[in-house]
Design a protein around this ligand. Structure first.
Ligand SMILES: Cc1cc2nc3c(=O)[nH]c(=O)nc-3n(C[C@H](O)[C@H](O)[C@H](O)COP(=O)(O)OP(=O)(O)OC[C@H]3O[C@@H](n4cnc5c(N)ncnc54)[C@H](O)[C@@H]3O)c2cc1C
Length: 478
C-alpha cells in the first residue's frame, strides 16, 4: 500500500501527529509494533501536564511546553479524555532549595508562564493539609494538571482513524529503503508499506529507526522511572501534584492524585540497558516510598495496588530532536521525546506538520474533519434516571462486569468496537478500567476473555493478555 505519510510508532507523539494530519486531504498510515497503541513511554509515565517553569529557556522543550499546555487541555476536551487542572507545587525543604524555587520562578517568567508564585510552607499546608511540616516554601503552579496518558493516546489514534488514518498493529519495522516510489518500510513479518514521507516517532527505538533509514546520527539513553499506584482510599492525601526540587536526574519523586482518584508516587531515574528494561526493583520502590513520605508523611504505602516502570528516551543534548534529516530528504525525526513530551504532544504534532510542509508535503484541509470523540465511559457520568433509560435501549449497560471499578458489559463491547478497538485483555482494561481496581481483574478477567473471544470471532485459547505470546488458556478440560 502506498501512503502520503507513514508514521512509525503509535505513542502519544505518533498519535497526535496522525490526528493532526487527518485534518488534511492525505493518506496516512500509523505503524505500531505492538498489539495496541500507547505501549511505550506513553503508557507508563506520571501523566502530568507540566507548568513550563522547568525547561531551559530557548530550548524546544521550553517553547513547546509553553505553547503545548493550552493545546493539550483543548485536545483533551475535544477527545473526551480525563484531565484535571489541579495545579502543582514544587516543595523546598531547606534554604538552598528555597533559592532553587526562586530560580524556577525566574525561569518560568523567561518561558512566559503566568500565575506562578511562591507560598510559605504554612500557606501551602492550608490548601494541602497532608503536606509535610518540613516543607518550608513551595512554588505554586496553577496551570499544571493531570491527564490519563494512555487514554489520550488511544483517543487521538481513534479520532485519526475516524478521519481516515490507517493503523497497522503488530508491524515491527525492521527495514527501510528509500526508492523512487518513496520510503519502503518492511516489518519483521515481511509486510511492507510505502510512504512519500516518513516520520520517526518510535520512542525508545527512534535511534534504531533513524539508523535503518540511513540517518543514525543520535543515540538514545534509556532511564527507568519506577512508580507505585495506591488505592483510591489514599487519593485524598494530595490535591495538587507535589514535586520535590528537580535535579539533573529529573523532576524528582512526586506525590500526585490521578484523574481516576488514586494516588501515584514515583518515579525514580535509573540508567538502564535498554528501553525494554521495565521491571520494578526492590531498591527502586524503596526509594519511591522513602522520598514520597518526605513530602506527605501520612501516605500509607501498604495501600499499593500495582507498581510499574516507564522508560525515558533521552539524548545527550537534553532537548527534543524535531527535524528533517539532513541526508535523507522526506524523513522527519521526533526523537528523544522524554519529559515533558506528553504535555507538548499537540504542539509537537503541529511542529512535525510544519516540518512535513517545509519538506514539500501539500496540506489541503478537509471539509469533513471532526476533531471530537465520544467517551466510552460516558455512561458512568449519567444520572440514575438517564442510566435507566439508556439501559432500556442498551441492556448490556445494565450488566456490571468489573465490580471494583463498576464497568458494564456495554462499555467493554464499546471498547472492542470503537476505533482503535481493544484486541486483548489489557487493551480493554486501558479503555474501560476493568481490572484496574483492588482485585486487579481476578473476578472480571474470565468474562472479558469470553467477550473478546465472541466479538473478535477467535477461540478462547487465542485471547491474550497483551498480544502474541501472552495467551491465557491452553485448552479445554474434559
Ligand atoms: C517515567 C516517565 C515519566 C514521565 N512523566 C511525564 C509527565 O508527567 N509529563 C510529561 O509531559 N511527560 C512525561 N514523560 C514523557 C512522556 O511519557 C513521553 O514524552 C511520551 O510518552 C513520548 O511519546 P512517544 O510517542 O514519543 O514515545 P512512546 O510512547 O515510547 O511511543 C513509541 C511507540 O513506537 C513503537 N515502536 C518502537 N519501535 C518500533 C518499531 N520498530 N516498529 C513499529 N513501532 C515501533 C513503540 O511500541 C511505541 O508504541 C514521562 C516519561 C517517563 C518514561
Amino acid at each position: 500500500m502506498k501512503f502520503d505519510v507513514v508514521i512509525v510508532g503509535a505513542g502519544v507523539t505518533g498519535a497526535m501527529l496522525a490526528r493532526n494530519l487527518s485534518r488534511y486531504q492525505l493518506s496516512v498510515c500509523l505503524l505500531e509494533k505492538e498489539n495496541d497503541v500507547a505501549m511505550g513511554a506513553s503508557k507508563a509515565n506520571s501523566g502530568i501536564v507540566h507548568g513550563g517553569y522547568d525547561p531551559e529557556p530557548g530550548t524546544m522543550k521550553a517553547l513547546l511546553n509553553t505553547r503545548g499546555v493550552a493545546l493539550l487541555y483543548r485536545a483533551a476536551e475535544e477527545l473526551n479524555v480525563p484531565c484535571i487542572r489541579n495545579g502543582s507545587m514544587v516543595c523546598a525543604f531547606s534554604q538552598a532549595e528555597e533559592a532553587h524555587l526562586e530560580a524556577l520562578l525566574r525561569r518560568g517568567a523567561e518561558n512566559n508562564i503566568s500565575g506562578l508564585s511562591i507560598l510559605s510552607g504554612d500557606e501551602a499546608r492550608k490548601i494541602e493539609p497532608h503536606l509535610s511540616g518540613e516543607v518550608t516554601k513551595v512554588l505554586h503552579v496553577p496551570n499544571a494538571g493531570i491527564i490519563s496518558p494512555y487514554e489520550l493516546t488511544i483517543a487521538a489514534v481513534g479520532n485519526a482513524m475516524d478521519n481516515g488514518v490507517s493503523l497497522c498493529r503488530n508491524f515491527a519495522v525492521s527495514a527501510i529503503a528509500k526508492t523512487e516510489e518513496g520510503f519502503v518500510v518492511t516489518a519483521e513479518s515481511g509486510e511492507t508499506v510505502t510512504g512519500s514521507y516518513l516520520v520517526n516517532c518510535a520512542g525508545g527505538n527512534a535511534d534504531k529507526i533513524a539508523a535503518l533509514a540511513g540517518d543514525g546520527f543520535f543515540t538514545l539513553i534509556p532511564r527507568a522511572g519506577e512508580y507505585m499506584l495506591l488505592d483510591k482510599a489514599e487519593g485524598y492525601k494530595a490535591k495538587h501534584t507535589l514535586f520535590q526540587c528537580p535535579s539533573e536526574k529529573g523532576k524528582g519523586i512526586l506525590v500526585s492524585p490521578t484523574v481516576h482518584g488514586n494516588l501515584l508516587i514515583g518515579p525514580t531515574a535509573i540508567p538502564v540497558e535498554t528501553e525494554n528494561s521495565r521491571d520494578t526493583t526492590p531498591e527502586g520502590l524503596a526509594e519511591v516510598v522513602e522520598l514520597s513520605l518526605r513530602t506527605v508523611p501520612s501516605v500509607d504505602t501498604r495501600q499499593v495496588i500495582t507498581s510499574f516502570t516507564g522508560v525515558r528516551a533521552s539524548e545527550k543534548s537534553g532537548d527534543f530532536i524535531l527535524q528533517e534529516s539532513k541526508t535523507v530528504p522526506g524523513l522527519i525525526h521526533a526523537a528523544a521525546i522524554d519529559s515533558p513530551g506528553l504535555t507538548c504532544c499537540v504542539a509537537i504534532a503541529e511542529c512535525l506538520t510544519a516540518l512535513l510542509a517545509q519538506a514539500g508535503l501539500s496540506l489541503q484541509e478537509k471539509e469533513s474533519w471532526d476533531g471530537t470523540r465520544e467517551d466510552i465511559c460516558a455512561f458512568r457520568e449519567m444520572k440514575d434516571s438517564e442510566k435507566d433509560a439508556y439501559i432500556k435501549e442498551n441492556p448490556a449497560y445494565g450488566k456490571i462486569v468489573c465490580r471494583c471499578e463498576t464497568v458494564s458489559e456495554g462499555e467493554i463491547l464499546r471498547a472492542i468496537h470503537q476505533n482503535p478497538g481493544a484486541r486483548d485483555i489489557d487493551g480493554v482494561k486501558r479503555r474501560t478500567r476493568s481490572g484496574m481496581g483492588r482485585c486487579q481483574g481476578g473476578f472480571c478477567g474470565p468474562y472479558i476473555m469470553q467477550l473478546l473471544s465472541r466479538e473478535l470471532g477467535i477461540p478462547m485459547e487465542q485471547v491474550t493478555k497483551s498480544g502474541e505470546g501472552s495467551q491465557m488458556l491452553i485448552g479445554e478440560l474434559n
